[in-house]
Design a protein around this ligand. Structure first.
Ligand SMILES: Nc1ncnc2c1ncn2[C@@H]1O[C@H](COP(=O)(O)OP(=O)(O)O)[C@@H](O)[C@H]1O
Ligand SMILES: [Mg+2]
Length: 233
């Protein structure tokens, strides 16, 4: 068994069908990730980064190949089981933050706990702690439009953390941020790495990938390089 690996992808393929056209987005990827790794998936636009990330995050299932997450084969699960795996095991951070605009920071961070069936008190406590963890204890009642871009991304990171997932996935987390704010967000992700979290981020920016400890390069849906290195910060 491979229970010691958090992620084990074997011969993973994803082909989208658009009308009669077949688009092979991921074309045979093998990838193992240990608990506690911090890695970046790089590649030019269209190389399959988001598709691979969606597969790893159980937002989608592969056309072929097997995916074991924490020792469990999740490659053939149906939508309900996949949703349950996502809720328990994965925290997502997106380029566009994806916060509910009419809800406060606290309510946004509570949301995954609503789906997890936690009581109202527990939700509030845990969400407040997650917001404190990302340095936003004094912004809990602000709505997204009352926060800066960097603060919004911190709220999204708190939301990703609040369920204590095995894995945090971030697709271009600094793509909508200026360079100073990007560095702050990367410093925060670095702290979460130090806490022992497993983090996978997608980026096409070498400066951002340099914060991680391992870089996977995709080209036309295949892994063309897999290198470990010392993080720059
Ligand atoms: N939902 C989809 N339906 C059809 N084709 C898609 C879909 N999503 C992505 N693709 C195609 O798959 C390829 C990889 O896309 P994507 O994973 O988004 O790459 P990246 O994130 O590296 O830019 C591209 O050719 C893209 O056009
Ligand atoms: Mg993408």
């Amino acid at each position: 068994m491979s229970a010691s690996k958090l992620i084990r992808l074997q011969a993973i393929r994803k082909t989208y069908r658009v009308g009669v056209l077949e688009v092979p987005a991921v074309r045979g990827v093998d990838l193992d990730v240990d608990h506690g790794e911090y890695l970046a998936i790089m590649g030019s636009s269209g190389s399959g980064k988001s598709t691979l990330m969606n597969l790893i995050g159980c937002l989608d299932t592969p056309t072929a190949g097997t995916y074991e997450l924490d020792g469990r084969d999740v490659s053939k699960l149906g939508e309900d089981d996949l949703a349950a795996v996502r809720n328990r095991q994965v925290g997502f951070v997106f380029q566009t933050f994806n916060l509910l605009p009419r809800s406060t920071a606290l309510q946004n961070v509570e949301l995954p706990l609503v789906y997890a069936g936690c009581s109202a008190t527990e939700r509030r406590d845990r969400a407040a702690r997650a917001l404190e963890r990302v340095g936003l204890a004094d912004r809990t009642h602000h709505k997204p439009n009352e926060l800066s871009g960097g603060q919004r991304q911190r709220v999204a990171i708190a939301r990703a953390l609040v369920t204590e997932p095995a894995l945090i996935l971030a697709d271009e987390p600094t793509g909508n941020l200026d360079s100073l704010t990007s560095r702050e967000i990367m410093a925060l992700l670095g702290e979460l790495d130090q806490d022992g979290r497993t983090i996978i981020l997608v980026t096409h920016e070498p400066d951002i990938a340099a914060y991680t400890r391992r870089i996977i390069r995709l080209h036309d849906g295949r892994v063309i390089a897999d290198e470990s290195h010392e993080p720059t910060h």
